[in-house]
Design a protein around this ligand. Structure first.
Ligand code: G3I
Length: 300
């Protein structure tokens, strides 16, 4: 196959990208989007600050633009993200305790209800685990509402949209380490207690090759009975093309790895300014990394 989406589809997988609503008028951007990708994630437009700028007042304009553009071009959508300690609207940053918990759950319910039946999966909770060696939760006002906030969010999302796969999404979880093991233990616990969780997202913001146990780490999560997804892939460094190939082959080697999403289209679209971590250059030309990904998908 000659495009990323079609090549991934040969093994039943998707190939996606983050999309910014403000770029949907850029014809180079939209041409690549429509040609190459079969899954879309809103880069910012479905986050809490965007969707509930004032408490109880919801704004789906940016998210809906992205979703409608995707669906009308035959693509699916990953919802991102219902609860995250960053990009909380100002009004929520000032809340705590039961008042915040109520606002969090209402947010999950309202947004998941708005997109009911329309998204492939939701990142229900994003980046809730701490970096470093503790393997524990990150401190945040969300966490301070009680350690059960994550499972409460997953249950509320399931109730609101039973058809969406519900994911936990995080970064620096690319190999077996304290952080990924903390998440692994949470997923295992959720599965044993019947808390609804269907997938784990590995953001994979990388510099050079992924850790040597990248595939093994994906596999240990898959063995818990959840889908794994590579959700925000971008790779800096001189061996970028090789590293992209390695990541792609790792996903292909894990039966429950459903697909790969890159965090933007062209290098100039990336949040990693100056690092040129994506598959297309600023003019929209395919880079060497594009070819290693396409070749890996076609070889599977
Ligand atoms: O929308 C405002 C705009 O009105 C204003 O003029 C401008 C001035 O700074 O800011 C705009 O908001 C920015 C927004 O991106 C949209 O461009 C925010 O300042 C900026 O902080 C925000 O950055 C996003 C970042 O998440 C927020 O933490 C990046 O685009 C986005 O790529 C990034 O994505 C995250 C994932 O959601 C989660 N994982 C990590 C990943 C990278 O940080």
């Amino acid at each position: 196959a000659s495009t990323l989406g079609a090549a991934a589809a040969q093994t039943g997988r998707y190939f996606g990208t983050a999309v910014a609503a403000g770029k949907l008028g850029d014809s180079t951007y939209v041409n690549i989007l429509n040609r190459e990708f079969s899954m879309v994630t809103a880069e910012n437009e479905m986050k809490w600050d965007a969707t509930e700028p004032n408490r109880g007042q919801f704004n789906y304009s940016g998210g809906d633009r992205i979703l409608n553009q995707a669906v009308s071009n035959g693509k699916r959508v990953r919802g991102h993200a219902l609860l995250w300690y960053q990009q909380e609207p100002g009004w929520a940053q000032g809340l705590s305790g039961s008042d915040l918990r109520q606002a969090m759950m209402n947010h999950v319910t309202q947004v998941a209800t708005h997109y009911k039946g329309k998204v492939y999966s939701w990142d229900v909770v994003n980046e809730a685990f701490a970096d470093g060696g503790s393997g524990g939760r990150r401190d945040s006002n969300l966490q301070r509402t009680g350690n059960d906030w994550i499972e409460a969010a997953f249950r509320a999302a399931r109730d609101a949209d039973p058809g969406a796969k519900l994911c936990y999404n995080d970064y620096n979880t690319d190999g077996v380490n304290a952080k990924s093991t903390g998440i692994y233990n949470m997923v295992k616990d959720f599965k044993s207690r019947g808390v609804p969780i269907d997938c784990v997202g590995f953001q994979s913001h990388l510099s050079g090759n992924p850790p040597g146990d990248y595939q093994a780490n994906l596999q240990r999560f898959a063995d818990l009975g959840v889908e794994v997804q590579i959700t925000e892939l971008d790779i800096a460094g001189s061996n970028q093309a090789q590293a992209y190939g390695t990541v792609t082959r790792a996903c292909l080697a894990v039966a429950r790895c459903a697909g790969i999403t890159t965090w933007g289209i062209r290098d100039t679209d990336s949040w990693r300014t100056g690092e040129n971590p994506l598959l297309f250059d600023g003019n929209g030309n395919k880079k060497a990394a594009y070819n290693t990904v396409l070749d890996a998908l076609n070889a599977a």
